[in-house]
Ligand binder design. Structure first.
Ligand SMILES: Nc1ncnc2c1ncn2[C@@H]1O[C@H](COP(=O)(O)OP(=O)(O)O)[C@@H](O)[C@H]1O
Ligand SMILES: [Mg+2]
Length: 265
């Protein structure tokens, strides 16, 4: 059997704090096949961002293993692209130059011209054609997040990690960005992990949703979303979606220590 591209096995992690160790993850298992897109949802503070740092190799777990493409992750990996809730764009650089930044850090075989062409193409794909020479402050929040997605993908990472990337956007802008994400996924093959607290977003974008328990977190519940399920915004208002959302919402309540797990009838 082919090993999943991202394989998180029995990962536990604690932070040292003034009042002693804070156990954040405890025996967490998640695996994402090549080309898969997994959404991770869970209570605030349960360890979702910690998980992204472990996948990116920015931290090592106390126990358990993180594997990317058959190699155990022990240091930061350039084959990972990341985007966060607040895109950190450099104000003194144009949008184009911001998007191209990772290519100055990660070795690439692309010529200067090819690099620029790639940046232009990605920016056009997310609807930012004509904004290449603007400064970050000249763009709206949604547009900055679009640019940040391009920057996360510019070096053709195998893995894209998104940590609540749309969390600070208004509802309509967010839905636009979901569609942009789909367009990007169709054009740029990547294997994704999306941290979100928006259950609609999770089932719209991902083919699997993992609900983390409260801290210390493990995988409490896993929902597979069929490929033909919610792929149009309209589908998000269909009865089938309501059912999936309900199941997830109940699981979140369990993770928060409210509510009880009920059989999904
Ligand atoms: N560097 C750190 N040192 C100590 N505690 C931390 C550190 N980073 C995060 N934490 C704590 O660990 C827990 C999980 O954090 P985090 O992974 O950011 O959660 P989430 O992203 O799910 O909200 C939180 O209680 C947070 O306060
Ligand atoms: Mg977080």
């Amino acid at each position: 059997m082919e090993r999943p591209l991202i394989d998180i096995k029995g990962v536990s992690h604690a932070y040292m704090t003034e009042t002693g160790p804070l156990q954040v993850l405890d025996g967490l298992d998640i695996s994402v096949p090549t080309g898969g897109f997994v959404a991770v949802v869970g209570p605030s503070g349960c360890g979702k961002s910690t998980l992204t740092r472990l996948i990116a190799g920015l931290m090592r777990p106390d126990a358990g293993e993180v594997w990317l493409h058959g190699k155990q992750v022990t240091s930061p990996r350039s084959t990972v692209g990341m985007a966060f809730q607040n895109p950190v764009l450099l104000e003194w650089r144009s949008i184009l130059k911001n998007v191209m930044l990772p290519l100055e850090i990660v070795p690439t075989k692309l010529s200067k011209r090819e690099r620029e062409e790639r940046a232009y193409r990605l920016l056009a794909l997310v609807g930012l054609e004509g904004f290449e020479d603007k400064r970050p402050s000249e763009l709206s929040g949604g547009m900055r997040q679009r640019a940040s997605l391009c920057r996360a993908l510019i070096h053709q990472p195998e893995v894209l990690i998104l940590d609540e990337p749309f969390g600070s956007l208004d509802a309509f802008t967010r839905e636009d960005l979901w569609q942009t994400m789909q367009a990007l996924k169709a054009e740029e093959p990547f294997t994704g992990v999306l941290i979100t607290h928006d259950l609609r977003e999770s089932i719209f974008l991902a083919n699997q949703v993992v609900v983390l328990s409260g801290r210390p977190a493990r995988a409490q519940y896993v929902m597979d979303v069929p490929a033909d399920a919610q792929r149009e915004l309209d589908d998000l208002y269909a009865p089938q979606t309501a059912e999936r959302l309900n199941i997830l919402r109940r699981q979140i309540e369990v993770a928060q220590g409210r509510g009880r797990a009920r059989p999904e009838a």
